[in-house]
Each structure stands twice: as C-alpha cells, then as structure tokens.
Ligand binder design. Structure first.
Ligand code: SF4
Length: 185
C-alpha cells in the first residue's frame, strides 16, 4: 500500500466507543421529564421551563405527560400516602433506562408535614437518583439537579435502574449566589 502507518482496531472497541460517546451523549442531552408536581414546588418546576431559565438549553424542555415517553421523573411537592401508588405506577410505566429527581424538602423528607398522611421521603418507595434541596428549590437548583442527572447518564450509560439499585443518592448543592444591590443602584 505504500503506507507504513497501519491502524488496526477491534469492532468491540468501536461499539463501546459509540455507545459511550454517541448513545450516552445523545441521551443525556435529550432527557424527557415526566413532571409529578403536587404542590408549590411545581410552580418552580414550571418556572424552570419558562424563558427566563430556559431548560431547553439542556435539552430537557420536552415535558411529557405520558410515562411511556419519559425517562426522567421529577417529583416536586409533598406526596400523600394515597398518591403514592399513583406515583409508583407512573414510575413503573416509564421505559428503561430512567432516572428520578426528588425536588424539594417535602418530596425528599416530608418537609414540615410530619403527619401520618404524607410520605416522609419518596425514596422509601422510589429509587431516587438526585435530591434537589430547598423549600422551594429555585429553578437554578433544579437545573443543577438535571445537570447531575446528565453526569450520571454520561457515567452510568444505559444501565437500567435495577442494576443501579437504589440510585446514586446525589444531593445537589445550590451554586447560585445572592447579589445585594449596591448604593449606586
Ligand atoms: S418543599 Fe416547600 S415549596 Fe416545596 S412543596 Fe414543600 S412546602 Fe411547598
């Protein structure tokens, strides 16, 4: 051939490369959330999709209200015991691989509603991957949670949730800073 530089590879290496760099890249940039908003946190979830925060920048603006078309369950707000079977059914109807964000103090711990009627943390019934703290969390915090899911997708790839067991239990740290107006303003 007249060319001393001969590159050989294995098909398996190529397949793994495209799976990690192609499928995972596409998947992480096209998360389709299934919103399960039951209370005030849902308003912040809606604000995240509006133009000011524009979650479309992260490819996650396609809110699906059908679990069969979703791969990211965002549970926002307190969940009553009676609603828990509904939430579980929605999760089970979502196709694998799928991820779960618990948004806000109520979804993660029951918040101030320490009563017999409110679930004291949806992770008792669902494999939560990322916890977004706050009461309510600001849209920036939810976006950080979505970015944490993106990092998981990149790292974990297409492993189903049963293999990932109870999720990664990441807790998002809010990164935004309050800015005080100066005297000139
Ligand atoms: S965490 Fe706060 S804002 Fe969110 S649902 Fe509970 S009370 Fe409402």
């Amino acid at each position: 051939m007249g060319n001393d530089d001969l590159v050989t590879t294995r098909l398996e290496t190529l397949v793994n490369f495209f799976r990690e760099k192609g499928v995972n890249w596409a998947r992480k940039n096209s998360l389709w959330p299934m919103p399960f908003a039951t209370a005030c946190c849902g308003i912040e979830l809606m604000a995240t999709g509006a133009s000011r925060y524009d979650v479309a920048r992260f490819g996650a603006e396609v809110m699906r209200f059908s679990p069969r078309q979703s791969d990211l369950l965002i549970c926002a707000g307190r969940v009553a015991i009676k609603m828990m079977p509904v939430l579980q059914r929605i999760y089970l109807q979502m196709a694998e691989p799928k991820w779960v964000i618990s948004m806000g103090a109520c979804a993660s711990t029951g918040g101030v509603f320490d009563t017999y009627a409110v679930v004291q943390g949806v992770d008792q019934f669902l494999p939560v991957d990322v916890y977004v703290p706050g009461c309510p969390p600001r849209p920036e915090t939810l976006i950080e949670g979505i970015m944490a899911i993106q990092r998981l997708v990149e790292k974990e790839g297409i492993r189903p949730s049963a293999e990932r067991e109870k999720g990664m239990r990441h807790v998002v740290q809010p990164t935004y800073q309050l800015t005080m107006p100066t005297a000139a303003e």
